[in-house]
Design a protein around this ligand. Structure first.
Ligand SMILES: *Cc1c(COP(=O)(O)O)cnc(C)c1O
Length: 381
């Protein structure tokens, strides 16, 4: 079965005998056992809940992977993966990762005696020089918010030689466009708050992997620290996933149109979208992913246009953080999603004050372009 068919027909079937076409919602914290010695599959919902299990199995199946785990948020998923690290370990990260991940690394790692290094370009990084204490690589590709593309296959091959774990935050692509495990990565994490759930109504996180020993460890951490996805949100997540492929095609078609429009407009100094031919990651993206996603960033031309007036005059693009929902949004990474980076680091890695990030929704393309057009016209100095 192909992706969209699995999204609809994959995973667990209703096992209640009632023939529900959707996997039932089990709002039960605990499950009675038949006898005192043998426990059934479900005992207590922190450890295992049928509705959560159903979505965990589905996301693994979508990716052709063995195991899936669902968490309360994307950060709970990332946090559980970081629980694999021990005092004295070191992590390499690409230079623009999700702001919350950066907040975790730059604060909590220190308390745990874990060190990190920011890598400006993993595509040319010399792994032969890494020290013994490097235990993991954490990367996002395309990155957030500059949409830089990292060669997952190269990093995985190099890392494997040194026994370094490769973790990919695949939120921007989802398994519909990119399958990091097939490219050699060990663990994939997602903020399922974004495209998987898709409707800006729940927060959720996922971890997908093939290695059984790592899975057992993460499953133990999940049950121990308790940041699980609730049954209700598991149900909604599964509902969202049924239309994931359809939505992503439209997100992408709209994002391509918006990126091309911005590229031709004097209000955009520079446009960042891996689907644009002039983007340095264009070819690599084509090789390792089957699409470019729905996020477009651009540097606003403040000499000729007023940025505040532009943003305030947009009618369809809500001014706020997040992405992956059906509606279009706009934000300013330097003061919003990436405010946890200090100003100096922001400057160094290119998160400028005039950078705007668009999360393109699934509205009609023409309406989105018209909205940008009228807001630019009002913002002209
Ligand atoms: C939103 C996001 C996260 C964090 O997910 P939450 O569900 O908000 O905790 C992590 N990585 C990326 C790339 C994100 O966009």
């Amino acid at each position: 079965m192909k992706y969209q068919t699995i999204a609809i027909h994959g995973g667990r079937k209703d096992d209640s005998g009632k023939g529900a076409v959707n996997y039932p919602l089990y709002l039960s914290s605990t499950f009675e056992q038949d006898n005192m010695t043998e426990f059934k599959e479900f005992v207590y919902s922190r450890g295992n809940n049928p509705t959560r299990k159903a979505v965990e199995e589905l996301v693994a199946e979508l990716e052709g992977a063995k195991f899936g785990l669902a968490y309360a948020t994307g950060m709970a998923a990332t946090s559980n993966v970081f629980d694999l690290l021990e005092q004295g370990d070191k992590v390499l990260l690409n230079n623009n990762v999700y702001g919350g991940t950066w907040r975790f690394v730059s604060n909590i790692f220190k308390r745990r005696g874990i060190s990190y290094e920011i890598v400006d370009d993993f595509n040319t990084y010399d792994f032969s020089k890494v020290s013994q204490d490097v235990k993991a690589v954490f990367l996002e590709t395309p990155s957030n918010p500059l949409l830089e593309v990292t060669d997952i296959r190269r990093v995985s091959e190099e890392a494997k030689k040194k026994g370094i774990l490769v973790i990919v935050d695949n939120t921007f692509m989802t398994s519909y466009f990119q399958k990091p495990l097939d490219l050699g990565a060990d663990i994939v994490v997602y903020s399922a708050t974004k495209y998987y759930a898709g409707h800006s109504d729940i927060l959720a996180g996922l971890v997908v992997l093939n290695d059984e020993a790592l899975y057992e460890q993460l499953k133990f951490f999940q049950n121990t620290t308790g940041g699980i996805l609730s049954p209700f949100d598991s149900f909604l997540l599964q509902r969202g996933i049924k239309t994931l492929g359809l939505r992503l095609e439209k997100h992408q078609a709209n994002a391509t149109a918006v990126a091309e429009y911005l590229n031709s407009h004097s209000a955009a100094e520079k446009v960042f979208y891996p689907g644009l031919k002039d983007n340095p990651g264009y070819l690599l993206q084509k090789q390792q992913a089957s699409g470019n996603g729905g996020v477009v960033s651009f540097l606003f031309n403040e000499k000729e246009y007023d940025m505040e007036r532009f943003v305030e005059n947009l009618k369809l693009f809500g001014f706020t953080v997040s992405l992956g929902g059906v509606e279009s949004l706009i934000c300013r990474p330097a003061t919003m999603t990436h405010e946890s980076y200090d100003r100096e680091l922001q400057e160094k890695i290119g998160i400028k004050q005039n950078l705007l990030r668009l999360a393109i929704g699934i509205e009609d393309t023409e309406d989105l372009i018209d909205d940008l057009k009228q807001a630019f016209a009002k913002a002209k100095k």
